[in-house]
Design a binder for this molecule. Structure first.
Ligand SMILES: Cc1cc2nc3c(=O)[nH]c(=O)nc-3n(C[C@H](O)[C@H](O)[C@H](O)COP(=O)(O)OP(=O)(O)OC[C@H]3O[C@@H](n4cnc5c(N)ncnc54)[C@H](O)[C@@H]3O)c2cc1C
Length: 417
């Protein structure tokens, strides 16, 4: 038998991930009361590196957490694409180096999440976070929504509130409840091995690199400034095509040995980066299948809607997962401030974000800005002497510019969502 309670707040947020926590801060800043219900008992610094694009950093600046985030991150200054032989295809300045007012940050996902959690506790109080409560039901009624949570300590609780935001990640229960039959997690046919390694800086010490093509790729970037030992924490992802019809379950914390993929990267030792040494130096390696979800035709049902990965899980291409969740949070707070905690506000939020994020999900299925690596592989599988003869500069520029437009952070679009 469920205990019944009135939440006493305007907005229930399900999930204390990057999206849910940013939403709580954005609502609080606009004087809208909210509470987060999170399934795990305690947040731990899980995950590896992620990137925050300038338009998401502009939101964190407005929320007053950008400085604290920058203090535990690296300001990314360059993005460079190489072929599988380590030959440069394209590079471009990033963040402030590219003229944005806000930086692009490379940061540890778990550290960012804990920073946001601390800030929520400081500003909203400990009661704003209810841990160990997993969403299992949503019902719209005349007063708003009734959400049912299963407690880790046992039993269930049914909570009333005017509106509910499902920010519960790629495996979202809110999405399944609101949109039954809207499809499962989709496998993109590639396996990713993610880790961090302490190593000496490479290239500018603030460069994010991608090498290879869609069937074999290595991505890496530093997420800490050099320590007194001169070493940085380098985040890396090794990726291989996988033709198995059934992928391993998408579990962010699934550890494997490097033996599973190491031999395929044995000759990835470039003059400017020793990828094999990074693989060999890793403390723990996590396997994750490349997955996303089909875009939904609608997010909102009555007084409940979705945000972040729950709304638009996308391939980790183009540094958009956390950035788009943060942009959602800002858009939702704006809509609720304008229209109150109502179904109408949720519809306005969805109207401002659903099509934009659908375009990114689909662009990422076509490899997004990484198309340049694919073109180099198709046109010059044995390498090249002059990239200009393989892919004209105008074509490279056009691919980079088009993706920035789709993801909403082209310089001319400004840095607000
Ligand atoms: C443990 C973990 C590790 C990750 N590591 C990486 C990484 O290394 N690199 C990367 O690019 N992305 C990673 N991600 C995904 C990344 O955080 C998101 O793509 C992005 O930040 C958008 O965040 P989100 O808030 O929408 O979802 P998430 O960050 O996934 O947060 C969702 C939150 O909802 C909670 N939750 C889930 N189900 C329920 C439920 N039924 N009831 C209540 N709470 C629920 C989860 O515990 C989690 O805290 C990771 C996610 C998780 C959960």
């Amino acid at each position: 038998m469920a205990i019944e309670e009135h939440s006493g707040v305007d907005v229930l947020i399900v999930g204390a991930g990057i999206g849910g926590l940013a939403t709580a801060l954005a609502l609080h800043q606009r004087g809208i009361s909210c509470r987060i219900h999170e399934g795990v008992r305690e947040l731990r610094p899980l995950g590896v590196g992620i990137n925050l694009l300038p338009h998401a950093m502009a939101v964190l600046e407005e929320l007053g957490v950008a400085e604290a985030a920058a203090a535990i991150a690296v300001q990314t200054a360059e993005l460079a694409y190489f072929n599988r032989r380590g030959q440069l295809i394209w590079s471009e300045p990033r963040g402030r180096a590219a003229g944005y007012a806000a930086p692009q940050l490379s940061i540890h996902r778990g550290e960012l999440q804990l920073l946001l959690e601390r800030t929520v506790r400081e500003r909203l109080g400990d009661d704003a976070l209810r841990m160990g409560e997993s969403l299992v039901g949503i019902a719209n009624d005349a007063r708003g929504v009734v959400a049912t949570f299963e407690r880790r300590s046992g039993g269930t609780v049914a909570v009333h509130a005017p509106v509910l935001i499902g920010a519960d990640g790629i495996h979202s229960a809110a999405r399944s409840i609101l949109h039954p039959g809207a499809g499962e997690v989709q496998y993109g046919g590639r396996l990713l091995w993610r880790a961090t390694t302490r190593a000496a800086p490479f290239l500018t010490g603030r460069t994010m690199i991608m090498a290879g093509h869609s069937r074999q790729k290595f991505v890496c970037y530093p997420i800490t400034e050099p320590d007194t030992d001169g070493l940085q924490t380098i985040n890396w992802i090794a990726e291989l095509a996988d033709d198995a019809p059934v992928p391993p379950a998408p579990d962010w914390s699934r550890r494997v040995e490097t033996a599973v993929f190491r031999d395929r990267f044995e000759d990835w030792r470039f003059p400017w980066l020793d990828a094999l040494a990074l693989i060999d130096g890793a403390e723990a390696v996590y396997e994750y299948p490349l997955t996303d979800r089909d875009p939904l035709e609608r997010w909102t049902v009555g007084c409940a809607t979705l945000l972040g990965d729950a709304a638009h899980a996308m391939y980790p291409i183009g540094s958009n997962g956390a950035s788009q969740a943060i942009l959602d949070a800002a858009a939702l707070a704006r809509a609720l401030a304008a229209d109150g905690a109502t179904a109408r506000a949720l519809e306005a939020y969805e109207a401002s974000r659903r099509e934009a994020t659908t375009r990114i999900v689909l662009a990422n299925r076509g490899n997004g800005p990484e198309q340049v690596m694919e073109l180099a592989e198709q046109r010059a599988p044995d390498g090249f002497d002059d990239i200009e003869a393989i892919i004209p500069r105008t074509e490279l520029e056009e691919i980079a510019a088009r993706y920035k437009q789709v993801a909403g952070f082209a310089l001319e679009q400004g840095e607000r969502s």
